[in-house]
Write a protein that binds this ligand. Structure first.
Ligand code: CA
Ligand code: CA
Length: 238
């Protein structure tokens, strides 16, 4: 009598199979949670991009209301409490260090001089035309993640504020050739100058109160813009 061998699974194979299935089942919740986490990270990234692009958009506007007349090249403006070494030297139209041939001048081409304005919207504004018109701006934006199988969305708030900040360098005056003339920018600028200065700070704050963990934090972008007037592009006649 011959004994036939039948294919069969041994106990050891069965144990291996069970162990592998166990591992797969155990990691399933982790994998699902990782997928949704990466979706949240994508949303966080989108929110940060939104805030950064808002800061860039604001930076693209004129420095001040008195620079918005498209008929003329933006003049440098007179300020009330800025570092006096950045003021016009006499009636030359120039500030310290500006070459004589520079178009960056305190005198507009029609001969007028202007002061920097109070922050905010200006009389006669039909739309925003200078940096500080964005001060106090607040809007909501929906961000969503389509990177997982389902779409998640959340609403973020973008607040913009604009303020004058001190333009005085540490380490000595602008007029002193030996001084290091460095302005140390700390991110908060808790003290604000009493009047107008040569630097405006743009702050874009991103918040998501009560939202998902990845977005439930305050992210702040600071940008700076200076009172330097505009330069004229070279023209060429053909
Ligand atoms: Ca304006
Ligand atoms: Ca304004």
């Amino acid at each position: 009598m011959s004994k036939k061998l039948r294919p069969a699974i041994t106990m050891i194979e069965l144990i291996f199979a069970l162990v592998i299935m166990g591992i797969v089942l155990m990691s399933a919740p982790t994998l699902i949670s990782m997928a949704s986490k990466s979706g949240y990270v994508a949303m966080q990234q989108e929110a940060i991009n939104e805030a950064a692009s808002q800061a860039n958009i604001v930076m693209g506007y004129h420095w001040d209301e008195n620079n918005t007349d498209e008929m003329y090249l933006d003049p440098i403006l007179q300020v009330s409490s800025g570092d006096s070494n950045l003021n016009e030297i006499g009636t030359t139209g120039r500030r310290l260090g500006t070459p004589q041939e520079s178009y960056r001048t305190f005198v507009r081409s029609d001969g007028q001089r202007f002061n920097a304005s109070t922050l905010g919207n200006d009389a006669g504004d039909t739309e925003k035309d200078d940096i500080d018109d964005f001060s106090g701006d607040s809007y909501l934006r929906e961000v969503e993640s389509a990177s997982s199988d389902y779409i998640e969305s959340d609403t973020i708030q973008i607040n913009t504020s604009v303020s004058y900040i001190f333009d005085t360098p540490g380490g000595g005056s602008y007029a002193d050739p030996g001084a290091d003339k460095k302005i140390t920018f700390n991110p908060n600028f808790t003290s604000t100058p009493p009047g107008t200065t040569n630097i405006k700070k743009i702050t874009v704050t991103l918040t998501n109160p009560g939202g998902i963990d990845e977005l439930d934090k305050t992210i702040v972008f600071n940008a700076f813009s200076c009172n330097i007037g505009a330069y004229e592009l070279e023209e060429r006649n053909f």
